[in-house]
Design a protein around this ligand. Structure first.
Ligand code: ATP
Ligand code: MG
Length: 375
């Protein structure tokens, strides 16, 4: 999606991806198939580019250094290095005094057990490579610590106390090399089993919470000195606290529909930022919402009912061209725009219901989400 935005602005695209059939292949004029730890391949990429950016933070620091020695790397090594290790990221956030839930960097199964004894229900998260809820184990009892420790590879891991979440929001921030900063309106997000199911912008939260979330995200971005995009994922607790969950130095799933509803999509904005162009306005032209399409949609026996889904006004189907549907794998999304956030969300959920009635149950849309979201 970033490559498509760059193309429409006249840029040529080269890409490095471990998968030969990567989603960018149809858009890129050169694809290098190599792991994110391959320094020589990264040097080869950089040797033919004017600027390099990334859309995954799990890139070996030696690769980041090798690229940065040749061409501007945006975002740079320092913020990516902090973010790519969950323990390093949380400790950095704590050192900067940003608001966080309780956590510990566990060095042993005993540390995990102690954390559960002190705080009750917890989530243990691997330091590297986790996404979409992978690399995470939920625990209720200290007796589950040994098993969780093994499941995460018997390596140091992050253990967080379970936060009493009222709702989740994210805020996208863009920053240019000259320091121009654009803060997007917050997105309100819903997860099922650790995977984002739907998101809507504007977030349907109070003006006060909007301001708090935006100023928190701006402060984190400036402290990290990032060039490009930073998404700050937050929890709002039942007692009204705003906590940072985690950071992503790249386009974020909760703003994929920004290309439908906002004056400047996150993809165009990333291109503008890394190419040192003036940043665009984050003005909302139309409230917009997204529902993710997981591999499950293609594994349920019936073909997804695309025609029925697209009869819902304001909707669009986006497929990433990934080969091989697997349960829990993000294959695409539905987006919708509407007159207000409730209409956009209602439309995209209805479109999903028509597309894949068999997976609706697992999708958590049977709950009266629209009533709940407006409360
Ligand atoms: P993604 O790639 O979708 O951002 P992730 O795998 O990087 O997810 P997290 O953001 O850490 O993982 O967790 C995914 C979801 O699990 C969160 O959005 C939230 O719904 C839930 N979750 C994570 N940590 C906690 C916590 N400490 N307390 C309560 N819920 C949590
Ligand atoms: Mg997350």
């Amino acid at each position: 999606m970033t490559a498509l935005a760059a193309r429409s602005m006249g840029y040529d695209i080269h890409v490095l991806d471990p998968e030969a059939q990567c989603a960018t292949r149809p858009v890129a004029s050169r694809c290098i198939t190599a792991p994110f730890s391959d320094v020589a391949a990264a040097e080869d990429l950089a040797s033919q580019c004017d600027v390099v950016t990334l859309e995954i933070e799990q890139i070996h620091p030696d690769v980041l250094d090798a690229v940065a020695a040749r061409v501007p790397l945006r975002p740079g090594r320092a913020p990516v290095y902090i973010i790519q290790d969950r323990i390093r990221q949380k400790e950095w956030l704590r050192a900067q005094q940003f608001p966080l839930g309780a956590f510990v960097a566990a060095q042993s199964a005993d540390d995990v057990a102690d954390m559960v004894r002190t705080h009750g229900a917890c989530i243990a998260k691997s330091t590297h490579g986790g996404y979409d809820g992978r690399g995470q184990v939920r625990l209720r009892e200290p007796e589950q610590a040994a098993e969780a420790w093994q499941a995460l590879g018997a390596r140091p891991c992050l253990v967080e106390a379970m936060v009493d979440i009222h709702y989740e929001v994210s805020v996208l921030v863009a920053r240019s090399p000259s320091g121009q900063t654009v803060v997007y309106p917050p997105s309100r997000n819903h997860h099922t089993s650790g995977i984002l199911t739907w998101a809507v912008v504007p977030a349907i939260i109070s003006d006060d919470m909007t301001t708090r979330a935006q100023s928190l995200a701006r402060a984190v971005t400036e402290r990290l000195d990032i060039v490009g995009l930073l998404a700050v994922e937050c929890f709002v607790t039942r007692s009204g606290e705003l906590l940072v969950n985690e950071l992503a130095p790249r386009p974020h799933n909760t703003y994929h529909h920004s290309e439908r509803g906002l004056a400047t999509s996150q993809f165009e904005q990333l291109v503008r930022a890394v190419c040192d162009l003036p940043l665009g306005e984050p003005t909302v032209f139309a409230p917009s919402a997204i529902v993710n399409l997981l591999g499950d949609v293609w594994l349920q026996g019936n073909e997804p009912a695309v025609r029925e889904a697209l009869l819902v006004p304001g909707t669009r189907l986006h497929l990433y061209g990934k080969a091989g549907a697997r349960a829990g794998r993000k294959m695409g999304h539905l987006s919708a725009i509407g007159a207000d956030s409730q209409e956009a969300l209602g439309r995209v959920l209805e479109s999903y219901r028509r597309l894949s009635p068999a997976t609706v149950d697992s999708f958590d849309v049977e709950e009266p989400v629209l009533a709940r979201i407006s409360s």
